[in-house]
Design a protein around this ligand. Structure first.
Ligand code: SAH
Ligand code: SF4
Length: 381
């Protein structure tokens, strides 16, 4: 770990007292503006202006807006905020990965309301890994987040806020010139939580992030990862239109029942059918299947053959994820030699099958290592 800053926030925790305007779609903002004394024919212009200032320039105060009447800005700032959630800590990995621990409103409860957001810079892209829930209900046996019980779903504004905070921190706003290692080009909903158990808030947040007039992330570069919540999968394609990743981890029901217990409710037969019917596959896109490599559990050559057979009718990319260890877990990562053999077999069978390079392990920011820091600390004491 290179550095650790504590309480770096210039924000406060009053965020939830008024609604953040960045949690509304353009059409909702237009509706909201009807509450103010604005001539109807100016409504769409004012909506566009607000949208541009919020999502292109990244302003945090209404008073920074220079082309709207002062009175209107005063009224808006009484009813809404543009403040972000607070950043409790920022940690930087030796490999350039940055993890932010964000403090959210806890509505007066004593439970820790914290989430983690991770930025992973690579040569040609910068990926932001975004959380959808505080904790998770699903208890996958190899995942650290799964050991933290669900506290609550995130709101749309809390999901969007993760991207805004990362852009603030990386100086990645329109007009500023971040070096290419500080630019966010991709979003993965692969942080804490199961995004399809928070469908409506996630949907709205992803539509805001991909709105062409604002943050304008390409839908091809936004990926939603699910453990396989079958009833919502089609809706990801039709209503959100982003890329889909499925956390598969085994081609056998008996093994998957243990690794990803939701498999008992939505077994492989149903999951694979939902993948085959995923609407976006008609547009020559692929589904990414994530497969964590666990020594002697799911990493044999037989397992690779079963996987190839299972996915034969689905345009797929298979991401092999070396298991990221965390305290108190007994799984071991497969040997690299075995992972390479596994990947080779699938490559030879015509699948694209890259091995994911673990990132940010030294700051517990890698896949499946996220968990609210205070929960971690409390367990240790
Ligand atoms: N809940 C969603 C998204 C968050 S998990 C899902 O399960 O898909 C993001 C990815 O990290 C999933 O593919 C998950 O299986 C994987 N993962 C979880 N724990 C891991 C660990 N310890 N090592 C490697 N990958 C892990
Ligand atoms: Fe939840 Fe995903 Fe972790 Fe499973 S892998 S416990 S669904 S966050």
């Amino acid at each position: 770990m290179l550095d650790l800053q504590t309480n770096t926030s210039n924000n406060d925790n009053t965020l939830q007292k008024v609604r953040a305007l960045y949690g509304y779609s353009q059409s909702e903002i237009s509706e909201n503006l009807k509450d103010y004394d604005i001539p109807l024919k100016q409504n769409s212009m004012r909506t566009k202006q607000l949208w541009n200032w919020i999502f292109l320039k990244g302003i945090k105060e209404f008073s920074d807006i220079r082309n709207m009447p002062k009175d209107l800005l005063n009224e808006l700032s009484n009813d809404y905020t543009l403040k972000r959630n607070s950043v409790s800590t920022e940690q930087r990995s030796a490999d350039g990965t940055i993890k932010w621990l964000l403090g959210l409103s806890n509505n007066g409860l004593s439970t820790p309301n914290e989430i983690e957001t991770v930025f992973i810079p690579e040569e040609k892209r910068g990926t932001l890994c975004v959380s959808s829930q505080i904790g998770c209900t699903l208890n996958c046996s190899f995942c650290h987040t799964g050991t933290q019980k669900l506290i609550r779903n995130l709101t749309t504004e809390e999901i969007v806020s993760q991207l805004l905070i990362a852009k603030d921190r990386l100086n990645d706003w329109h007009g500023s010139e971040p070096d290419k290692l500080r630019k966010i080009t991709n979003i993965v909903m692969m942080g804490m939580g199961e995004p399809l158990y928070n469908f409506e808030a996630v949907k709205k947040a992803l539509l805001i992030m991909t709105d062409c007039d604002g943050l304008a992330l390409s839908k091809r570069r936004v990926t939603l990862s699910t453990s396989g919540i079958v009833p919502f999968m089609e809706r990801v394609g039709t209503e959100i239109g982003v890329s889909l990743a499925v956390s598969l981890h085994s081609a056998k029901d008996d093994v998957r029942d243990i690794l990803v217990p939701i498999n008992k409710k939505y077994p492989l037969k149903e999951l694979i059918k939902a993948c085959e019917n995923y609407p976006k596959l008609k547009n020559s896109s692929k589904i990414t299947f994530e497969y964590v490599m666990l020594k002697d559990i799911n990493d044999s050559i037989e397992d690779a053959k079963d996987l190839a057979k299972l996915l034969r009718n689905i345009p797929s990319k298979i991401n092999l994820i070396p298991f990221n260890p965390w305290p108190g877990n007994n799984y071991q990562c497969s040997d690299m030699e075995q992972i390479k053999k596994f990947s080779e077999l699938l490559n030879n069978d015509g699948f694209s099958c890259p091995i994911r390079k673990p990132r940010g392990q030294d700051i517990m920011a890698a896949c499946g290592q996220l968990k609210s820091e205070t929960v971690r600390l409390r367990k240790r004491n």
